[in-house]
Design a protein around this ligand. Structure first.
Ligand SMILES: Cc1cc2nc3c(=O)[nH]c(=O)nc-3n(C[C@H](O)[C@H](O)[C@H](O)COP(=O)(O)OP(=O)(O)OC[C@H]3O[C@@H](n4cnc5c(N)ncnc54)[C@H](O)[C@@H]3O)c2cc1C
Length: 447
């Protein structure tokens, strides 16, 4: 007899989502987190609930599905979110010009309504300088604006766990799982905090630590961990709006995110150590981020106040680093490795944590032969009904999964939309059909 239907390892946003989903379906759940809710990668994220504009360049279906789940997060956790307009200034000599950036944002506009995003806006250089005082005017051609949601990421994990607890889940914090219990080829639970916790199914939701945790059960989870550092400036609004700035290497971009937690600049994106506990910020990253932001502001502070680093839990896959898919997958270790009673949920982003949890709990319910339908999109974290949910077509999960293993085909798939979009954009621009906004329009649109 198990104490629980589900034992969940990891109290980041993903594990919290799994515990909430399972508890709302009436399952007996216990979650173990070695530290505090969201204290791992979740806390080190850029804190954006977004679809990922840059994935439109090589992983369009992930942008699509993330925007859809982001919409659910807006409905269920709305009071933790703040609309963040993001200005993308374009200068002479930048690797992407105004028309290319605007084509990208026109494509993003197609998905934005799923998450209550507003249509993009193009600003003249003069208007951009009024919206972002202190921005360097030299060589500025204009700017594009789009919006995302800023979220207090640790609060999102904490409140999701509160919701799980309210639905009956047991949550043990500061309780590292030290071993996975097995009876022959079946996982029967975990040892943690001096207790054995028996579960019919154990779910490994340990973010970038999923390989370390699965190793305890005798199976491996190959990952392509990419580390990311942010600089933190205590001053909350060094810029009055978010910014997306071409970085000094001209191939990447860094965000500037004003927030109640300070102004964050980052992230970097580079291969990290296989063990997330060994991930550290380097002087090279600090220099890169500092120079990348200071090129745009004559009076940017000399020194940041803190740094934060985390490992993106990207699934093992072929292809170049810049083409890595952020898609997620649920692994049934009985099918994959012959180890029963054990599931891993890996990959993904904070912005699709709810649908990741749904997929993991669907898989657990199929194995248990118990549990009702998913309800996490129907109730707010406080347990109130969310109201009407608009209907949007979703990309085929099979196509998404197929394209994850074919990086060049995935890039071609995405670029074909951008190519067609660019042709249409240039024709409409030449015919004078696309307006250019001013500061007043900016304030109206993103208020
Ligand atoms: C630099 C950076 C920027 C990002 N920006 C964004 C963004 O803006 N928007 C977005 O949507 N996504 C973003 N992401 C991705 C996003 O942060 C992650 O996909 C998401 O937070 C992962 O959540 P998680 O719960 O899976 O992992 P984590 O938050 O890492 O949670 C895993 C938990 O498992 C716990 N754990 C590990 N081992 C054990 C054990 N043995 N016993 C018990 N507990 C254990 C850890 O303590 C940890 O709390 C970013 C990632 C990085 C690195």
């Amino acid at each position: 007899m198990s104490d629980f239907d589900l034992v969940v390892i990891g109290g980041g946003v993903t594990g919290a989502g799994v515990a909430r989903d399972a508890a709302l379906r009436g399952l007996r759940v216990c979650l173990l987190e070695r530290g505090q809710p969201g204290g791992g990668t979740t806390a080190a994220s850029t804190h954006l609930i977004h679809g990922g504009v840059r994935y439109l360049l090589y992983d369009r279906l992930t942008t699509h599905s993330s925007c859809w789940d982001a919409g659910h997060i807006v409905r269920t956790a709305g009071e933790l979110l703040t609309r963040l307009p993001i200005v993308w200034p374009v200068y002479k000599g930048h690797s992407r010009g105004l028309e290319t950036v605007e084509t990208l944002l026109e494509q993003y506009d197609r998905f934005q309504p799923m998450k209550y995003g507003r249509p993009h806006l193009r600003l003249t250089a003069e208007a951009a300088l009024r919206v972002v005082p202190g921005l360097s005017p030299e060589g500025l051609l204009g700017a594009l604006v789009f919006d995302e949601w800023w979220v207090d990421a640790e609060a999102l994990a904490r409140r999701t766990l509160d919701s799980a607890r309210a639905a009956g889940a047991e949550v043990l914090l500061e309780t590292p799982v030290t071993s996975v219990l097995k009876d022959g080829a079946r996982v029967t639970g975990v040892s943690a905090g001096g207790r054995d916790l028996l579960g019919a199914i154990t779910v490994n939701a340990a973010g970038p630590w999923i390989d370390k945790v699965s190793t305890l059960a005798g199976v491996r989870m190959p990952l392509r961990l990419m580390k990311g550092t942010h600089l933190i400036y205590r001053e909350k609004a060094l810029s009055p709006v978010g910014l997306l700035l071409e970085a000094e290497d001209r191939s990447r971009y860094v965000f500037v995110v004003p927030s109640p937690l300070g102004t964050w600049v980052g992230p970097t994106d580079m291969p990290g150590p296989l063990d997330p506990d060994l991930t550290r910020t380097t002087d090279e990253e600090i220099g890169y981020l500092t120079r990348s932001v200071k090129r745009y502001f004559a009076s940017w502070p000399e020194k940041h106040d803190a740094t934060i680093v985390g490992s993106r839990p990207i699934l093992g896959q072929p292809g170049a680093e810049k083409l890595l898919s952020r898609d997620f997958e649920v692994f049934d270790h009985e099918e994959r490795d012959g180890v029963a009673g054990f599931l891993t949920i890996g990959g993904g982003k904070m912005s699709d944590y709810r649908v990741m949890a749904e997929a993991a709990v669907d898989a657990a319910c199929r194995k248990l032969g118990a549990g009702g339908p998913c309800r996490t999109h129907l109730l707010t974290l406080e347990g109130k009904p969310v109201g009407e949910i608009p209907d949007w077509p979703q990309p085929s999960p099979d196509l998404k999964k197929f394209l994850r293993t074919k990086p060049l085909l995935r890039e071609l798939h995405s670029l074909s939309y951008l190519g067609a979009g660019m042709a249409s954009h240039l024709a409409r621009r030449a015919a004078g059909l696309i307006p250019i906004g001013d500061e007043a329009e900016f304030r109206r649109r993103y208020a």
